[in-house]
Design a protein around this ligand. Structure first.
Ligand SMILES: Cc1cc2nc3c(=O)[nH]c(=O)nc-3n(C[C@H](O)[C@H](O)[C@H](O)COP(=O)(O)O)c2cc1C
Length: 206
């Protein structure tokens, strides 16, 4: 049979592709979701660089997803030079790994960044309000935030200071892989996207 049976529901490759995107979309909505904190990796002049991020937004029809960052960060500079990126998700309870790769666009001075900033919480905004840029060497273990923000969130007026540092990194996914660990034999599928969002898909031996 050309389907995979997951908890009594069978999925063709096409249905599985939709299911994975639904699952990613759900992952962006709650900080408690297993897919909320993926790892993203890129290459820089020293090799490969990885770090955890917050999955902020997913656009299934466009095959895009986003995280936010400080535009003074190392990753922003690296991605501006080399825009390939990989994402890694693992849902330990469901034993599902999702790997994605694609290329990014960086948004700072446009409608996407403005709309995203409008949707951020005051608590999140304070992360962009440090005077020193991320990765600055300091003499003591400092957060870099104005002292008052260590105990209080900024007011909406105070938070506007961080807007100049706020950036949105959007990935257009070119390739996706789903792996399900299973005591009766693992299952694996891969999806390669074309320019128009259509895709080719295959089952793979895990
Ligand atoms: C749970 C968690 C979530 C994080 N989310 C983000 C994020 O959404 N954006 C971000 O820039 N850094 C985030 N970080 C910090 C990064 O992992 C990383 O340490 C920092 O951004 C510096 O990376 P860089 O030097 O490669 O730019 C997060 C860290 C953790 C542990």
């Amino acid at each position: 049979m050309n389907t995979v049976l997951i908890n009594d529901t069978s999925f063709t490759l096409k249905e599985l592709e939709q299911e994975v995107w639904k699952r990613l979309e759900k992952g962006a909505l709650s900080y408690k979701d297993a897919l909320h904190n993926p790892v993203v990796a890129n290459v820089n002049t020293d090799g490969v660089n990885m770090r955890t991020v917050v999955l902020r937004k997913v656009w299934p029809p466009q095959k895009q997803l986003a995280f936010y960052t400080d535009k003074r960060s190392g990753k922003w500079k690296e991605l501006a030079l080399q825009n390939n990126i990989s994402w890694l998700f693992y849902d330990a309870a469901k034993c599902i790994q999702i790997r994605l790769s694609g290329d990014v666009t960086l948004h700072h001075d446009d409608g996407i960044a403005a709309e995203s900033w409008d949707g951020t919480t005051m608590n999140n905004r304070k992360n962009y309000s440090g005077r020193e840029r991320p990765s600055s060497v300091v003499e003591f273990p400092l957060s870099g935030l104005p002292a008052v923000f260590e105990t209080n969130d900024p007011t909406p007026e105070e938070s506007t200071d961080g807007r100049k540092n706020f950036g949105v990194v959007i990935t257009r996914v070119r390739w996706m892989e789903w792996l399900w660990l299973n005591s009766s034999g693992h299952r694996r599928a891969t999806f390669t996207y074309l320019e128009d969002g259509s895709f080719t898909a295959n089952w793979l031996i895990p």
